[in-house]
Design a protein around this ligand. Structure first.
Ligand SMILES: [Zn+2]
Length: 315
């Protein structure tokens, strides 16, 4: 009996030892797996940090407007850049956030609450005939404006574009051809005209990192015979990190207003007492009226208590 008891006790003890060993083994495995996962997570985080630091857009886009957000994606898409997937993926997420922030700011341009502010914008340039006069007047009043330039004009007048940029004006994108039948062939052709113009701007500035991220649809972003294409293009642009901006007031300088009186009365009518105003004017070659009346326009706006802003003030 006693022998049987002793054998039974030994068996119990052996079983306890085996169970303890199994438990210890399980704990070791859990600890090992935990360590491996922890290490992997840390490595991923450090890649993200490095990617963030390497992208100059994360540091100074607000100062020079040259963030690569949308542009980088567009270029990647068109040229099938073969960066490693992991790094590109991480970079895209960061850029997506910044691009969305910019789009939101542009979309909220009419909701500013810091008093009366006006954005002067000039489309269709730069041209030798008109742009230098406009720049002289803006310099005289120390006003920073926004130029929605055409790619083909930029290629003809790179020095003027450089002058606009160096004077602190914001360079934005108005497409390449300004031919509705061409640019509004499809949403893709809108994007490719945007990209072509961005390239022209980069070349004129000698800065491959410049990216405006801001487009103005020729003829406006909504309505007209191309509304269907425009609708698709609005989505395509935003998906590529590009904002678009129309205007809320205009002088009708492109619609035949040719006296100071007409320009000013059109302006007053379309401003309509609003606090946040984006004014459309043109610096295409035949718009002498625009610079001839610009000082009066400025004085009128000053008299109404507007502060002059450009896109840099938003970012
Ligand atoms: Zn235009």
């Amino acid at each position: 009996m006693r022998q049987i008891e002793i054998v039974g006790m030994r068996k119990d003890r052996d079983l306890k030892i085996v169970i303890t060993i199994i438990i210890l083994a399980i704990i070791s495995i859990i600890v090992c797996v935990g360590l491996i996962l922890y290490n992997r997570y840390n490595r991923a985080e450090s890649v993200e940090t490095v990617a963030g630091l390497e992208d100059p857009s994360n540091q100074n886009s607000a100062m020079v407007g040259s963030d690569e957000d949308g542009k980088k994606e567009n270029v990647d898409e068109l040229e099938d850049d073969s960066e490693s997937e992991q790094e590109e993926g991480i970079g895209e997420n960061k850029n997506d956030e910044k691009a969305q922030e910019f789009i939101d700011k542009i979309n909220n341009i009419y909701n500013g609450e810091e008093g009366k502010r006006v954005f002067l914008t000039f489309d269709d340039g730069p041209t030798q005939e008109v742009t230098p006069h406009i720049l002289d007047i803006l310099d005289k009043y120390n006003i920073k404006a926004t130029f929605f330039v055409l790619g083909n004009r930029v290629e003809m007048n790179p020095d003027l574009l450089k002058r606009e940029y160096e004077s602190g004006h914001y360079i934005a994108n108005h497409g390449y051809s300004h031919k509705y039948s061409k640019i509004y062939k499809s949403a893709t052709s809108v994007l490719s005209e945007y990209n072509k113009t961005e390239k022209a701007i980069q070349e004129a500035l000698g800065n491959p990192n410049y990216s405006s991220n801001l487009f103005r649809f020729p003829g406006g972003s909504h309505g007209g015979p191309y509304e269907k294409i425009k609708k698709k293009a609005r989505t395509t642009l935003n998906e590529n990190g590009i904002a678009y901006l129309d205007w809320s007031a205009l002088t009708y300088d492109a619609e035949g207003a040719d006296t100071k009186k007409e320009i000013l009365s059109n302006l007053k009518k379309t401003i309509n007492g609003w606090d946040n105003v984006v004014i459309l004017m043109h610096d295409s070659a035949d718009k002498q009226i625009t610079y001839e009346t610009l000082e009066d326009v400025i004085k009128y706006l000053q008299g109404e208590g507007y502060a002059f802003k450009n896109i840099y003030d938003l970012i």
